[in-house]
Design a protein around this ligand. Structure first.
Ligand SMILES: [Zn+2]
Length: 451
């Protein structure tokens, strides 16, 4: 898969050569496509990200017909082809597996890497170090750079291995300052939220923050939809333009089934900072939309629920398929009204939130609270199980208002929320306006960075 990008480039190249010989008229577009892809001659495939089969070769072919072919072909020949790739180290790497993954096939380079003490120590025993490689079109190594954060002093290490003039190699280890930056991300969900984020190279830490920010608006287990999309602006510390670590989300917009939700970080002078809608409504509300935390692990279970689960009674709740032992959290502050066994429900916890609202969590494998105890929003009450009348591991969840069942997401969305003070509103509105512009720019910024 990772070599697929280079393979795609090579395929395009050999097609170009073939076309030059046999179909000179068709060459224009192919060469132009190469130029577009390569950003001026070199093959900048590294940051493209998506599967090679997604590369829009066909669209480019049609778009660039009028360009003159001859100077471009000459330019390409003069330049030669360089291949650029990104990757990360793995703890299990050997010199051979590492080079193979980066699309480098170079015995002299491999011998050098094996023989250099610093290279062996810094490159082979660590996972997750960022790699950039530059190779010739015969897969020989030109330059390999590894980067990693080196503690909390705001610097990173850069190890550079470079072919010198006479075909030998040399390496150097440098220290350089990390640069704070604002990054834009944009993704559309086709299979899963995490797949979309991976494809757009948005770090997990950013996705997890986004899920938390919209915890009262969106039930990420049940409501995600093919075509949902999000734009995000977040802080990062960069090493040579590569993110080394991510900080806080500054603003984010999530479109769920056509409905946009937005959020922005804001701190009033002298107060605790938090997330607000761009209209100025706090996103910290009375209830979470879901009693299940959403993560890479739990997200895989959404569609695995057994179909005959609820023949035992008219179904008045929401079911979450999940592995036994998955944490179940309280959706709002309250007091434990019941914690114990009740026939069909198995091990069940009932929380009273106020005079009218109560929530129920059933089929638990474990209960962590006792009757009469006060609990907070997000606190773990127990774990998913299949006690009572359940044919498979899942959480059965009910939200009752004055004894009547309601859709928990609707309740959460319309929960009470604090608003900003009138004094802070002008500053807030100015920031919100700038965030709207950045969010709107995120999708095209992503395209540009893929060039
Ligand atoms: Zn149920």
């Amino acid at each position: 898969m990772e070599n697929g990008l280079i393979a795609a480039g090579e395929k395009l190249l050999s097609r170009t050569a073939h076309a030059l010989e046999h179909h000179p008229k068709h060459v224009t577009a192919l060469v132009a496509a190469l130029l577009l892809f390569g950003g001026g001659g070199a093959f900048a495939v590294a940051s493209l990200g998506p599967d090679p089969s997604d590369l829009p070769v066909r669209q480019v072919l049609e778009a660039v017909q009028p360009l003159a072919v001859k100077p471009q072909v000459q330019a390409l020949e003069a330049f030669g082809f360089k291949l650029y790739r990104n990757g990360t180290t793995r703890a299990s790497d050997t010199v051979d597996t590492l080079l193979a993954r980066l699309g480098v096939d170079d015995a002299a380079a491999a011998a050098y890497l094996r023989g250099d003490e610093t290279v062996r120590r810094q490159l082979l025993l660590h996972s997750g170090r960022s790699l950039t490689v530059e190779a010739n079109d015969d897969q020989s190594l030109v330059k390999l750079t590894a980067r990693w954060a080196s503690g909390d002093d705001g610097t990173f290490k850069r190890l550079v291995i470079e072919r010198s003039g006479h075909g030998s190699f040399e390496s150097r280890l440098e220290t350089a300052p990390l640069v704070p930056a604002t990054r834009l991300g944009s993704a559309t969900i086709r299979t899963s939220l995490f797949a979309a984020a991976d494809e757009a190279r948005i770090p997990d830490a950013v996705v997890m923050q986004m899920i938390k920010i919209f915890a009262s608006d969106i039930d990420f287990h049940r409501s995600l939809h093919n075509g949902d999309r999000f734009n995000v602006v977040y802080e990062a510390l960069e090493a040579d333009g590569e993110p080394m670590s991510t900080g806080r989300i500054l603003s984010v917009e999530f479109v769920n089934k056509g409905q946009p939700y937005d959020a922005m970080w804001f701190q009033e002078p002298g107060k605790k900072g938090g997330y607000y809608t761009l209209e100025g409504k706090s996103l910290e509300t009375s209830y979470l939309a879901s009693p299940m935390e959403f993560s890479r692990v739990t997200s895989g279970f959404a569609t695995r629920l057994h179909p005959i689960l609820h023949q035992w009674k008219a179904h008045l709740g929401v079911d979450y398929g999940a592995a036994i032992g998955t944490a179940v959290r309280c959706v709002g502050d309250g007091v434990v009204e019941f914690a114990g066994e009740q026939n069909g429900y198995g091990n069940v916890v009932i929380i009273r939130h106020n005079a009218s609202d109560e929530t129920l969590y059933a089929h638990l494998s474990r209960i962590n609270v006792r009757a009469g105890q006060s609990v907070n929003q997000g606190q773990q009450l127990g774990a998913v199980g299949m006690t009572g009348w359940a044919t498979g591991p899942h959480l059965h969840f009910e939200f009752r208002v004055k004894g009547v069942h309601h859709d928990p997401v609707e309740i959460a969305r319309h929960g009470e929320a604090a608003s900003l003070s009138a004094a802070a509103k002008p500053a807030f509105d100015r920031l919100a306006q700038s965030m709207r512009q950045q969010l709107a720019a995120a999708p095209s910024a992503m395209l540009a960075s893929a060039d």
